[in-house]
Design a protein. Structure first.
Length: 238
């Protein structure tokens, strides 16, 4: 059930970072807090048929389903990330998860009070469209190894962008692409990697074992440590 008590500071989310604290406090009561069990879909009240939600704890998987029931995952959202729900995609909790949400009607009122929110929402919608387009292109034209490499690459970039995407004053160093000197930890299970790359867990395991022997990465329980991003980048179009 939605819970309005104990709502966190909105400034914790990169989407709201840099906005006046007085506005954030004024908006905070408009949000609802919801806890979702592992593997359960996010369901919102009928009065919030169109929502925007923010991941507070846990992970949320964004997927599409074909007519024959095959799942295509376009993203796994981590704490701090935001998503604008629409009817074609299904949002599911990967683990025990908490989200903050509000209706788009309420969010439009907030945009009237701060036009900067509209610019930030456009960026979010652009990311959603790009993720969907990437999925279509990957499934149509790329082999499993290339798709998996792109999952890692996008995840590393997304985590980096999450820290600075809404900070236009970021330095050139902060904006650079990851390099081989950066060790990056990707917290995705084999099952999640398979879902994101449109393949099977067995295929993911085989590819990861091969790349581990090549010194590109190191597999650990529930995560993968990227050791050489330059070598990984070579796999993007193989």
């Amino acid at each position: 059930m939605p819970n309005r008590s104990d709502l966190p500071d909105l400034g914790l989310f990169p989407f709201f970072r840099g906005l006046p604290s007085s506005l954030l406090e004024f908006w905070r009561p408009r949000f609802n807090r919801q806890r979702v069990s592992k593997r359960q879909p996010l369901r919102f009240p009928p009065s919030c048929s169109d929502v925007i939600f923010f991941v507070l704890l846990g992970k949320v998987k964004i997927s599409y389903y074909s007519e024959d029931g095959k799942e295509f995952t376009v993203a796994i959202l981590s704490p701090g990330e935001v998503y604008s729900e629409h009817s074609l995609a299904l949002a599911t909790a990967v683990e025990e998860t908490e989200v903050l949400y509000l209706s788009m009607a309420d969010f439009r009122s907030m945009m009237d009070e701060s036009p900067e929110l509209a610019r930030r929402l456009i960026r979010v919608l652009g990311q959603i469209l790009r993720m969907t387009n990437d999925l279509v292109i990957d499934l149509a034209f790329r082999e499993a190894a290339s798709r998996l490499a792109r999952v890692f690459w996008r995840t590393v970039q997304s985590e980096k962008n999450q820290r600075m995407i809404l900070n236009p004053e970021s330095s050139d160093l902060a904006r650079r692409s990851p390099t081989s000197s950066d060790y990056c930890s990707v917290h995705l299970t084999h099952e999640e990697l398979a879902s994101l790359s449109g393949t099977t867990r067995q295929t993911v395991s085989e590819i990861l074992s091969h790349w581990e022997r090549q010194g590109i990465l190191s597999t650990q329980r529930g995560q993968v440590l990227i050791l050489n991003l330059d070598r990984l980048e070579e796999k993007l179009d193989t």
